[in-house]
Structure formats: C-alpha cells, structure tokens
Ligand binder design. Sequence first.
Ligand code: AMP
Ligand code: GLY
Length: 424
Amino acid sequence: MTKVLVIGRGGREHALGWRLGKDKEGEVLYAPGNAGTEIEPETRNVDIKEDDFDGLTRLVKTESIDLVVVGPEGPLANGLVDHFYERGIRQVFGPTKAGARIEADKFYSFEVMRELGIPQAHSSPCEEARDIEAAVRTLASENGVVLKARGLHGGKGVRVYDSAAQAIDDIFPFISEFGDDVLVSERLFGEEFSVFGISDGTNVHLLPVGIQDHKRLRENDQGPNTGGMGAYGPASVADLQTLESVRDDVMIPVVQCMNDRGTPYIGFFYAGMMMTKEGPKALEFNCRLGDPETQVLMMLLEGDLYRALSSAVQDDISSLDLSIREGAALGVVLASQGYPGKPVTGKRIYGLGDIKDPNVKVFHMGTKVEEGNLVTGGGRVLCVTAYGVNLGEARKRAYQAAGEVKFDDMQYRIDIGAKALRGN
Ligand code: AMP
Ligand code: GLY
C-alpha cells in the first residue's frame, strides 16, 4: 500500500492530496491538514505542525512514507527538505532552503533573472529608506511604482502605488511592517497569469495550462493584495505557445542556473507572469504551487501525478503522462471578515451538505472542528471550485454552490473569471 504525506493545512494541500489520492491505492496523510482533508476517503490528519521538523521526520520514518510533498513556502524556506535529506529521507518533493530562495528572497530572484536576461520589471534592491526614496524617484512612471518586501509575507508584502508621491509617503509604514530590505520596481501593466512546472533538478515538465488568480480583495481589482481570492483556468491570455516559452526561456534557464551553482532545484516551479505590451514578463517566482491556483489546476489535471512527483524525486521526468482536460475550472474563495488583516474566526459554517453538483469540489483552506461543528479557522476559509465544459459553465456552477454556503460576515468576490468571459 502506498503512503503519501502532504505537509500543510490550506486549500492547496487539500487539493493536492485529493488529486494524489486518485492516482494510487493507499493512504494520504496530512500534517496537520484541516477539517476538509480529515473527511476525504483513505486519508488521515496527523497533528504535527509544519515547523516541527523532528516530528515530521519521525512521522515519515514510522509510517514508511513513500512520497512526501511539501505544500507551503514557509517550511521550504526554513530548510525542511534539507532536514529530511540530512536524515536519509530522499523521497521528498520540494526544494531545499537554497532552492526556496527563488521565492523567499526577492533580491536573489531579481539577480538571477538579471543574470539570465529574463524579462522583468526594472527594479532596484534597496537596504535603506533613503535609497528606497531615490529608487522610487528613478523607477516611478506617471502610472506609479511598486514596493516589494524582500522576504516572505504571505502575499501581502507587495504594494502597488499610483504615483511616486504615494509610495514615498508609505516608505516608513512599509518598512516598519516588512523590514528595511525593499525591492523597488517599475509598475507594469497587463493581464497576469501563473505558470506551473515540475522540476527534477535539471529539467522542467510544464503543466500546460495558465491559471489566473485574483489577488485584490474586492471586485474590479480594488482593495488590498491578498493571497488570492479566486482563480480560473485556462487563462485566455496564455496560449500553449506562451506557456512553452515561459518553460523554455524562464523556468529551464533558472533551474539549470541553480544546478550549475550546486543547489539543484527539485519541486514545483511557479512563475508569476504578466502579459505586457512588450510580451510576457516575470513578476515573481514561487517555490511551490499557488493557492487557490492549485485547486483549479487539480480539477483540470489528467494523468498520474503521483508517478510524476516520484519520478522528479528520482531525477527523471523524461516520460510523464500529465495533460489538461478539455473545458475549464474556476474557484471562488470564501473569506472571513477582517482578511487580509486579522480575521475573525470560530464562526460556524453552514450549507456544505446542500451542494450536490458532482462537478463541484469544495476545498478547505482554513477550517476546523470545534465541539463537533465545522467552524472557520483562518482568513481564507473555503475554495468552492467547479469544472465545466467552458468557463461560463464552470463559473455558474461555482457561484451556485458558493451561494449555498453561509457563515457570519463571509466575504467573497463576485467577479472571478468575469473579465475573461466579457472578453476584455
Ligand atoms: P508578487 O508577489 O511579486 O507576485 O506581487 C504580488 C502582486 O503584486 C502581483 O500579482 C501583481 O498583481 C502585483 N505586482 C507585483 N509586481 C508588479 C509590477 N512590477 N507591476 C505591477 N504590479 C505588480
Ligand atoms: N495565489 C498566489 C500564491 O499562491 O502565491
């Protein structure tokens, strides 16, 4: 019997484990998982947190886990995979601490892209307030400028300003929240899309679908940046040729560069791209899959994901059978009041049992069980995800199902996928 361990507790991990569970007879363990992963068939939540490296090591050994998949960036950036390797555990899909720098250190990813000539926003890494101000004056256009914290901040350490003056006013609040190391970037315009690949350390297997996330809290891309309020795919802005060019001109060069530097990168490679007037440019790299993009991706992915990830761990992804199903998928995130700031949690969730559509899957992002009741347990609570023969159908199904769910002061965007359907 095969045993897979998925590390993490969000919607991405729920979707990954759900999809991996379809590929193999066996059991999917989650550490720690959430209330949704607990009730999937043939699964088990184990109450070990993502930062308990010794506890996770013991679990992998005592349960004889065949494949470990690390979901979130935090433990990757803190060296969980290195910890496993040092203790003889090699069957791990996810990059080492050195690999995770592509996400955890925006100065590093900027330098790597610059060295490789990968198109990106003109940027300047700054370590002091007065350098930030000078860089803002140089890089801002009449349309604004962007400040990015160097480290990991759950998708919140990036602020986009409409003018240089706005950014300059915000330098001190920004650095007091996120620290002095700030990448100042030219503001780019265009449609965003996320591209995902599986890397075995030397090569990258493309998952051939572009997914579009919706990062702002409110409709029409207003309000603060969040971890993502909903997603759909395939994103019309990224056809197969574009996706292949991201693989060939962005992902493979980065993976080969890391291999040449003696820090081979094994794991999911996420390229956050923007389709500008001058063509696709890279906004960011992540060392893991996106959340909620994974939920959409897993509804569309066909083939043996378990074999794909196991092959990558064994350094050979030359013959994978992954493909993307015809049709479309769309996920709507239901969030708590207060998110992306401090969310109100512990609110009882109603209505999940009323969702009967077999093309809908509700992935749990932040839920728990208290006194036998399902309650909210985080900022982003559920991702109601649907498949359809086209985007319109997927969207209708997802919103119909989302309409069944209720909890106090629930907030969600009603325009996920709407722009693509309008065709602008
Ligand atoms: P990142 O974490 O770097 O992807 O940034 C988060 C979000 O901020 C992106 O998804 C974009 O919406 C926005 N963003 C980042 N960099 C830029 C840029 N150079 N120009 C415009 N928007 C950006
Ligand atoms: N949804 C964006 C991310 O996972 O980074």
